[in-house]
Structure formats: C-alpha cells, structure tokens
Design a protein around this ligand. Structure first.
Ligand SMILES: Cc1ncc(C[n+]2csc(CCOP(=O)(O)OP(=O)(O)O)c2C)c(N)n1
Ligand SMILES: [Mg+2]
Length: 393
C-alpha cells in the first residue's frame, strides 16, 4: 500500500517543472498517471433524470493541476482586492474566491470549442479558458494590454478564440445569449455545447425561462449552470426565491444538483451534461457554492450573514483544501511541496501585476473605437442635437 502510494508520487523535478500550464496535465514521468477513483462529497440529486455515479476517475497530475489552478485563481482575486483598495482598480469589481471549483471542474470536462458565457464574476472563468494573468490585471486596471484593451474592466472579460463570450453586467442577460450560441452550435454540427452561467438571484428572472423554453423546444445543446452562492447582493436566497431548488426550476427541463465546492463533482456533472445535451437538449446544473467576499468591492459582505457562516464554509467546504487533503492522503505530494506551489503562484501573480502596471492607459481616441462599425460616417451631436460635434472614423 505504502509502496504503491510512493510509486504514484510525482518526482520532485516534475513538481518544480510545472509552470502555469493552466488546466493542462503536468508533464511528468511514468507512474504518476495511475488513475485514482474518488467519491464525490455528496451524491448528485436529479430532477427528471438519473444522476451520474458518485465515483469520479482522476489522476495525480490532474489533482495537482486542480490545486495549482484554483490557488492561482484565489491569489488573483485576493490581489485584485488589494489593488482595488489602493485605487489601482476602479469601478465595479466582483470577486470569485470560494467559487473556483466551478470554473476549474467545468473546464476540465470540455474543450475550447465548447462555449462559456457568464455574468460579471468573470475573472477566473477567463483564466480557466486560457486567458493570461497579465491581460487580466491590465484589464482590471483599465490598461491597454488588457484582454478588452482596457475598455471593458472587471465585468467585461472575453476570449472568443477559446470560446469565452464574456463577461456581462446585466443580470441574467447572458442566458438568452448563451442559448443563441447553442442555436449556432446546433447548426454547425461540431458536437459542441454552451454553458451559460448565472446566479441564484438571476434564476428568478423571466428571460431565463423564455430562453429555456425555446432551447427545450428546439433541443439546443444549452447547459444552464446556476451558481448558487446563496446570495444576490445582500439578499439571501430564501428571501428572493419561493423555491430555492434551482435544479428543479426548469420544470420540464431536467436538472442536477451538484456540490460546487467539489471540483471532481463539478467535472463529473459537466461531462455528463455535455453528453446529455448533445443527445437531448438543455439541462440545468445547480452548483451549490459560496461567495467568500461581499457582492462587490462596495459590500463588506458581513451585515446580512454571520462571520461564523463564512468561516464555517471555509473550514468545512473550501475547494482548495479539499484537493489538498486528497493529494496528501494519496501521497501524491508532501505538504511542503504544496506550500511551494502556493509560493510560486504568489510570485507569478506579483510579476503579472508589475507587468500590467507598465502598460499605458488607452489613448483618448480609443473612446470611439469598437463602438460603431467603421467608415459609416456616424455623426455625434451636442445635447441640443443641432451642432455636429464629431464624425466618427
Ligand atoms: C437587470 C439587472 N437588475 C439588477 C442589477 C443589479 N445587480 C447586480 S448583481 C445583482 C445580484 C445578482 O445575484 P446573483 O444572480 O445571485 O449573482 P452573484 O452576484 O451572487 O454571483 C443585482 C441585483 C443588474 N445588474 N441587472
Ligand atoms: Mg448569488
């Protein structure tokens, strides 16, 4: 038993090697790819569907990748919090710490040809889709090197070339857009699906049900993921939703309830959902997760919930700690080696911030770019609509 565990353990060299290859398996020597089967923390609960098995197959290198990627995301969000407080990030800023397992587990089960669309809590999904840290921090600080050229800010990260369609500030609006992406995917027949993420607050919106109805009628490969972090701004779910069983809220559309703090459960559910949606049409996944920070930077997050509630989730359900325990109990890496990964991640984030700070702000002339189609001679008027102030390029 001990010998098998030792054989499975990654050699120190390969632990050091793994640079930030987000969501790609670590290059490692023989032995470390031995599959391990892990039970999810809790069983899946199905609505009008037989849930998948609780036994999830993983490998030592996948677990280490999950550990690193979630740690990198956590560190990025903590750093964004400090940059905001020192006024280097302005405007809206919504952090994702606590919810990292959803981004990472989802990405582990799909390809970059599948599409993801989400709301404003988008930094970590962008990283999961292969976005880079410098572009993320530059965007947060409104700099030209940002993934939206510094003109989108925290809520408008995109990476279309790897299937990330934003980054949306209007609560719920991304869900019909996501169903539209799934409509296109049905046409092009490449076996791809769209995951449209929304919150428990957004789950009560009318447009979601309209889009779901059409998606179900037309069997679109649309998977709606409700990230239930139990609050919409300062409103607890029970004050806003008559039925907080979001996985059942599609009525005629099947659903699954998933522990969104367990990255392996998320991976299993998303893999299952993709296969299901390609054959049958839409499905709802409710991810039971938790928001560690307040709603946005203007919300301390502690007036409508108790500190004990927050620390209880951190202690009992934290997604990174869950993977750390799995790595240690399977003797894949030592506690010290995991600490070293965290140190590397911290340095990587600091270096990215330093680089992002070197990027200039957008030129004032960029105010007029990416707004209207070029060359149409669009005229801008003063408030009285009499005098033309400018003709846009
Ligand atoms: C149409 C619309 N209504 C209201 C708002 C203001 N608003 C921004 S976030 C939010 C709460 C949404 O909560 P939830 O869907 O649970 O997402 P979470 O912030 O928890 O990720 C509200 C009401 C908005 N942006 N758009
Ligand atoms: Mg919420």
């Amino acid at each position: 038993m001990a010998a098998a565990a030792a054989a499975r353990r990654l050699p120190a060299a390969s632990l050091r090697q793994h640079r930030p290859l987000l969501l790609r398996p670590f290059a490692s020597s023989s032995g470390d790819q031995q599959p391990i089967t892990v039970e999810t923390s809790v069983p899946f609960t199905g609505h009008k569907i037989e849930p998948p098995s609780r036994s999830v197959e993983t490998t030592p290198s996948e677990l280490l990748t999950f550990f690193r990627d979630m740690s990198l995301m956590r560190r990025m969000e903590i750093a964004a919090d400090s940059l905001y407080k020192s006024k280097l990030i302005r405007g809206f800023c919504h952090l994702y710490d606590g919810q990292e397992a959803v981004a990472v587990g989802l990405e582990a089960s799909i390809t970059k040809k599948d599409a993801i669309i989400t709301a404003y809590r988008d930094h970590c999904i962008y990283l999961a889709r292969g976005g880079n840290l410098v572009e993320a921090f530059a965007e947060l600080m409104g700099r030209r090197a940002g993934c939206s050229k510094g003109k989108g800010g925290s809520m408008h990260f995109y990476k279309k070339e790897s299937g990330f369609f934003g980054g949306h500030g209007i609560v719920g609006a991304q869900v019909p857009l996501g169903c539209g992406l799934a409509f296109a995917q049905k046409y092009i027949k490449e076996g791809t699906v769209t995951f449209a993420l929304y919150g428990d607050g957004a789950a009560n919106q009318g447009q979601l049900f309209e889009a779901l109805n059409i998606s179900a009628l037309w069997d679109l490969p649309a998977i709606l993921i409700c990230e239930n972090n139990h609050y919409g701004m300062g409103t607890a779910e029970w004050r806003a939703a008559k039925s907080p069983a979001y996985y059942k809220r599609g009525d005629y559309v099947p659903g699954l309830k998933v522990d969104g703090m367990d990255v392996l459960a998320v991976k299993q559910a998303c893999k299952f959902a993709k296969e299901y949606a390609l054959k049958n049409g839409p499905l709802i996944l409710e991810m039971d997760t938790y928001r560690y920070h307040g709603h946005s930077m203007s919300d301390p997050g502690s007036t409508y919930r108790t500190r004990d509630e927050i620390s209880g989730v951190r202690q009992e359900r934290d997604p990174i700690e869950r993977v750390r325990k799995l790595i240690l109990s399977n003797d894949i890496a030592s506690a010290n080696e995991l600490k070293n990964i965290e140190k590397e991640v911290r340095k990587e984030v600091d270096d990215a911030i330093a680089q992002a700070k070197e990027s200039p702000m957008p030129d004032p002339s960029d105010l007029f770019t990416n707004v209207y189609v070029k060359g149409f001679g669009v005229e801008a008027f003063g408030a009285d609509r009499k005098e033309v102030k400018a003709v846009l390029p």
